[in-house]
Design a binder for this molecule. Structure first.
Ligand SMILES: CC(C)(COP(=O)(O)OP(=O)(O)OC[C@H]1O[C@@H](n2cnc3c(N)ncnc32)[C@H](O)[C@@H]1OP(=O)(O)O)[C@@H](O)C(=O)NCCC(=O)NCCS
Length: 189
C-alpha cells in the first residue's frame, strides 16, 4: 500500500512523505514548527508555552505510528533535504466500517512561510494520496477563531459541518468553539 512514498517537486518546493529515512534534524525541525505554531496561537492540541520535551514526545509518538501504514506525514521543504517549512498529516481510519475515510491533522506552516500557497500544496498531496488509497471522505477539526484556518479550508472547498462551543482551550487557556470540515473525494477526481 505504498502509494505515498517519494517526493513531488514544483516551483522549487519539495513535498515529501517522511518515513524510516527521517533524520534527527527532521524531527528537531518538526518540533520547532509545532512550537512556532502553538506560540503563534494555533489551537492544535497544546498549551503555551510548549516545552521542547512535550514537542519531542509528540513527534516520537507520530514516528512510532508511521510503520503501521495508517498515518502519512508530509513535509514541505524549500529544496530537497532542506529546512522543513510546513507539514500535514493524514490519519486513515483502521476500523472495518470506516476504511473509506481519513482525518487531516496538524496542517502547520511556519509563520515565516505563510501565504505562499505551500499549505495548499500539502493539502493537494494529502488528497492525491487519499484517492490513491481509495479513500472517499476526508474530515478535520480546527479552531473556529484562530485567524486563517477556517478561511484556508473553505478556500480548498472543504464543507463546514458545524462546531461545538467550548470544544478546546486555545494555547493561552481560553475555551474556543471548533469547526468541523469535510470533503468528499470523487474517485479519480
Ligand atoms: C492555516 C495555515 C496552515 C495556512 O498555511 P499557508 O501556507 O499560509 O496557506 P496557503 O498560503 O496555502 O493559503 C491558501 C489560501 O488559504 C486562505 N488563507 C490562508 N491563510 C489565511 C489567513 N490567515 N487569512 C485568510 N485566508 C487565508 C487564502 O485564501 C489563501 O490563498 P491566498 O493567499 O492566495 O489568498 C497556516 O496559517 C498555519 O500553519 N496556521 C497555524 C496552524 C493551524 O491553525 N492549522 C490548521 C488547523 S489543523
Amino acid at each position: 500500500m505504498n502509494t505515498d512514498a517519494g517526493k513531488t517537486e514544483k516551483g522549487g518546493i519539495v513535498i515529501e512523505a517522511l518515513g524510516a529515512g527521517a533524520t534527527e534534524r527532521d524531527w528537531a525541525e518538526l518540533a520547532e514548527l509545532l512550537t512556532a505554531c502553538v506560540e503563534g496561537g494555533a489551537s492544535i492540541g497544546f498549551l503555551a508555552p510548549l516545552l521542547r520535551a512535550e514537542a519531542d514526545a509528540y513527534w516520537l509518538k507520530i514516528a512510532g505510528d508511521l510503520p503501521g501504514g495508517f498515518r502519512v506525514l508530509l513535509v514541505a521543504r524549500a529544496t530537497a533535504g532542506g529546512t522543513i517549512m510546513g507539514s500535514a498529516q493524514l490519519s486513515c481510519e483502521a476500523k472495518a466500517n470506516g476504511r473509506h475515510r481519513g482525518e487531516v491533522q496538524k496542517v502547520m506552516m511556519h509563520p515565516a512561510y505563510r501565504r505562499r500557497g505551500i499549505a495548499a500544496r500539502l493539502m493537494a498531496e494529502i488528497e492525491r494520496i487519499a484517492r490513491a488509497r481509495g479513500l472517499t471522505l476526508l474530515f478535520l477539526d480546527t479552531s473556529d477563531s484562530h485567524a486563517g484556518a477556517r478561511e484556508f479550508y473553505e478556500r480548498l472547498s472543504y464543507v463546514y459541518a458545524g462546531g461545538i462551543p467550548n470544544y478546546a482551550l486555545d494555547p493561552h487557556g481560553t475555551p474556543e468553539k471548533n469547526a468541523i470540515f469535510y470533503k468528499t473525494l470523487a474517485p479519480g477526481g
